[in-house]
Design a protein around this ligand. Sequence first.
Ligand code: RFL
Length: 392
Amino acid sequence: LREDTAVVIVGAGPAGLLLANRLIQEGVDCVVLERHTRAAVEARARAGVLEHRSAELLARHGLADGMHAAAAKHGTCEFRRDGTRFTVPYGELAGGVAHWVYPQQFLVRDLIASFLEAGGDLRFAAEVGELAEVATERPSVTYRQAGEDRQRTLRARLVAGCDGPKGVCARQVPAGARRVYERQHEWGWLTVLAAAPPSTEHPIYALHRRGFAGHMLRTATVSRYYLQCVPGDPPENWPAERIWSELDARLAVDEPWSLTRGELLETRTLEMRSVVSVPMQHGSLYLAGDAAHVITPVGAKGANLALADADVLATAMTRYLRDGDRAALDAYSDTRLPAIWRAQAFSRWLMELVHAPADGDGFAAQLQRARMDELRTNPSLAAWFAGQYVGA
Ligand code: RFL
């Protein structure tokens, strides 16, 4: 079975769905292929923090109604160390802007609904197996719809690889045609989602001898927590009591404060890895979001970068398909990479600030203490942090 369309989009995450919505708004024909069911995609909890510029981007394209109705706005975060704490009013420091706390699965749900309402072609349970002729102007994508034996093929003029960090699209770029920059960070993370109301009004980054602990906000009834652990430490080593007592110890302050516990919804260990694949394009194939670059959750940048990639790509694809102008498409990688590297640099800076170093209370720990003091007392550094963090 063969069909034709202008753009095939592989993956219905934030990148693929924003691109699909923008293309359909511009009248460009596209098909989205997603390996999971709609229910599974809409239930996948990951990111929760949208930058100011992502919120503006969504609003500019009429895709922010759900976020405006349900998201909380935040402009302050808190750092803890040795029983003390201080807050950074980053929203105010960045000129009166804010983060929008809106779980990624809600955004995904909204973007699916708006694309389908606009008459979009989104095929769930459609697993892409291979891409062909991506170096030419007639690439094709072969996929299998769940429950069917035969494969289907879509021919297109352009393919957008929005299939996440382990997708098939990035592998289509020949090894000799790209450079993969990769870093395995020296810390491990346990990520925890719990049915517990937040015990704080703003996100907490706690630096502790036993390791970093983070308390992030999601909704009025669900919170996210992070615990630094040995890389590769399996979640089985972390029963509920250990998780809560570690959080109690690492988040403790010398004043009345307590952590509200709740049922654990999800506990995972996360590989703390950063990857940037350059260029983000090859022939008729364009990579966006985690398919092109992976960033750790520190600094909350991954979904924001995915949205920004998709926005630039949508404009470039539209110009080419509607007006025959290739300039923006050819420049796609070069347009996006500076911001991607800035996000990686900020994320690494924040990681070094809050993770317990391997040398215990040695030299690295003293540097870290100095850096934290600088952030607390130096308005120029706090202003830089604010702009980077909120994405002003
Ligand atoms: P996604 O969301 O992974 O979507 C890719 C989609 O492609 C589908 N797919 C395929 N479909 C068809 N055929 C195939 N062969 C396919 N292979 C894959 C997948 O099923 C999936 O639906 O990538 P996208 O769109 O690039 O979006 C990236 C974001 O999901 C990611 O960067 C963020 O979640 C990262 N992240 C955070 N980002 C933020 O901006 N703010 C945060 O607060 C934040 N917190 C987080 C995070 C990521 C986390 N984890 C789990 C890694 C917190 C955590 C714990």
